[in-house]
Design a protein around this ligand. Structure first.
Ligand SMILES: [Zn+2]
Length: 209
């Protein structure tokens, strides 16, 4: 394990613990990845079926561009590795994070018939890379969930191409994906989008008094 891989793995484990504490990665759900090197592509990826609150740096796998493990591990990479690889390839992302929060699950279903969630007018939008004003309108596409990962990766690629400014997407009744140039940016994007989805969800619940 190189120093840079170890540092990246330590940061991924730390983020996993933080997100788990917030209830975004319960029951071994969700997954995290970061680019270790581009050529050939190597991704540090969370293993399948591990409690994200107890993930250690040593458990992070290294996978190649076909989601095959190239590190000395017996574990299985996350089933959703193909989606991470698609985001890395199509967006040039340095890290991809995927959460299963209650609010992103609820809104991914509530707005599914619209094809996405429009988020606008919130100060917190400025935490998304390239956004300078609360007047920004963010479209978070919603993709129908599937267990056929190669097929789902194709739909993700098509969606990313159709919505080039999107900072994330939702899988219906499943969860949120976001990414960034760096792991720190990806973490911030997840925090911002989770905050905004929860705000919209709670607002619709309370209603106007
Ligand atoms: Zn998932």
């Amino acid at each position: 394990m190189t120093d840079s891989f170890f540092q990246l793995s330590a940061n991924l484990a730390s983020i996993a613990k933080g997100f788990h504490t917030r209830g975004w990665l319960l029951g071994t759900s969700g997954n995290l990845s970061a680019v270790v090197q581009r050529d050939p592509l190597r991704l540090a990826m969370s293993p399948s079926g591990i409690d994200k609150g107890e993930l250690t740096p040593e458990q992070l796998l290294t996978i190649d561009e076909n989601a095959r493990i190239v590190s000395n591990h017996n574990g299985k990479p996350s089933d959703e590795s193909l989606l991470h690889l698609r985001v890395v390839n199509d967006r040039g992302a340095g890290a991809v994070l995927h959460t299963h929060s209650i609010w992103n699950t609820i809104l991914s279903d509530l707005y599914a018939s619209d094809g996405g969630v429009k988020i606008e007018g919130y100060e917190m939008l400025k935490g998304l890379q390239g956004v300078r004003t609360h007047e920004h309108s963010e479209w978070l596409p919603i993709i129908e969930n599937s267990q056929d990962m190669p097929a789902l990766a194709e739909v993700v690629g098509k969606t990313l191409n159709e919505h080039k400014d999107a900072h994330g997407f939702l899988l219906r009744r499943h969860g949120l994906y976001s990414w960034g140039d760096t792991l720190a940016h990806a973490k911030r994007h997840i925090e911002i989008l989770e905050f905004l989805l929860e705000t919209m969800g709670r607002t619709s619940l309370i209603g106007k008094v």
